[in-house]
Design a protein around this ligand. Structure first.
Ligand SMILES: Nc1nc2c(ncn2[C@@H]2O[C@H](COP(=O)(O)OP(=O)(O)O)[C@@H](O)[C@H]2O)c(=O)[nH]1
Ligand SMILES: [Mg+2]
Length: 343
């Protein structure tokens, strides 16, 4: 048995160290690691593919994502379910603060035998959110996790991307009534399956209820989606101090998950998502190959110098140079691919 086969076997047996090693391979930029990761994916996908329910938790920093995930994770692991948490948080890449915060907030969950917590390395987040998140999700699924929680903050369109990788999208908002819905972007609200107003306890309880009612009102203005049963997308309030609210939120997630599964929606959504993901992978690889095969950077610097002289991109010189650069790049790619084919 070679190393990749061994690793695949350990992952399937639920070995967390093996899973971490595999994720590191998948996230690596080294050629050899990528090749190993490819072999690993081949081995894992040749067997029976396991799938988990994937849930995104998104919302502004400090809204209570990690705390809620910790509470939900404990609830589920105590029922014997396996929960994996992937933190895709661009803000932590800048400050380092959130990752430390998450460590303590998910500390209790991380000690559970049935949990697995993985923050994304910051360099991957900065270079395009969660470039490998789809692969990491696949690996966690093959390790037998029943639920995969993806935590992300609304920075640099990370939520949109995470929304394309998950089955259920939970948007968390803080209690703050009358605040023009806190500037939550329309596009994010359109993605939401559940909007949960957090910290609904103590002095904030009433405000949280009011906030939830406002969001409920706003949701009514959106067009109905095929992927929703009656009452969805829904709004609720939640507090980690009140277990009943956590249970209720989870019941909504489960209800929606079951409905989508039994109506063929989950399968449909996943096929669309995977097709889009493959498209963007292909796009990325081709652009990378083109950049490597042409002197695109040098050419744009040349043109930038002309713009500095002319003061605008709309000069005949610039447009002429641009056409020449495009033509010569395209023919250079053609020549190089012919060479590659005949060699
Ligand atoms: N009162 C109250 N505070 C909460 C609740 N959930 C989270 N918090 C607090 O909100 C702060 C930010 O929480 P955190 O989970 O790190 O937010 P994240 O940045 O969205 O992951 C922490 O100080 C938490 O203790 C809640 O249900 N009630
Ligand atoms: Mg957090």
């Amino acid at each position: 048995m070679n190393n990749c086969q061994q690793l695949a076997q350990e992952i399937r047996a639920g070995n967390r160290r093996a899973l971490s090693r595999a994720i590191t391979l998948a996230e690596s930029t080294h050629r050899q690691h990528r090749n190993d990761a490819d072999s690993l994916f081949d081995i894992l996908s040749a067997a029976d593919i396991r799938q988990s329910l994937r849930i995104a938790f998104t919302g502004a920093p400090g809204v209570g994502k990690s705390t809620l995930i910790n509470a939900l994770g404990l609830l589920l692991t105590h029922q014997g379910m396996k929960v994996a948490v992937l933190a895709v948080d661009p803000t932590s890449a800048h400050t380092g603060g959130s990752i430390l915060g998450d460590k303590t907030r998910m500390d209790i969950l991380s000690r559970e035998r049935l949990s697995y917590i993985r923050p994304s390395p910051s360099r991957h987040i900065l270079g395009g959110v969660a470039k490998h998140t789809r692969e990491v999700i696949f690996l966690c699924e093959q390790a037998g996790y029943d639920f995969i929680f993806v935590e992300t903050t609304g920075v640099g369109q990370s939520e949109t991307k995470v929304g394309q990788l998950t089955d259920i999208f939970v948007l968390l908002v803080a209690p703050a009534a009358g605040d023009e819905l806190q500037g939550v972007k329309r596009g994010i609200m359109e993605l939401a399956d559940i909007i949960a107003v957090t910290k609904a306890d103590g002095a904030l309880k009433d405000i949280a209820r009011q906030t939830a009612a406002e969001y409920q009102g706003a949701l009514r203005l959106f067009a109905r989606r095929d992927k929703d049963p009656e009452k969805f997308p829904l709004t609720c309030t939640v507090s980690v101090q009140e277990t009943a609210t956590i249970n209720r939120l989870w019941q909504s997630v489960v209800t929606l998950g079951h409905w989508r599964q039994s109506h063929g929606m989950q399968k449909k959504i996943r096929i669309e998502q995977d097709s889009a993901w493959i498209h963007s992978r292909l796009h990325e690889e081709i652009v990378k190959a083109i950049e490597m095969q042409t002197d695109i950077n040098q050419k744009s610097q040349q043109i930038a110098r002309i713009i500095t002289t002319t003061g605008t991109a709309f000069s005949p010189e610039v447009r002429g140079q641009l056409r020449t650069a495009i033509d010569s790049s395209l023919s250079s790619i053609q020549i190089k691919s012919k060479e590659a084919l005949s060699s």
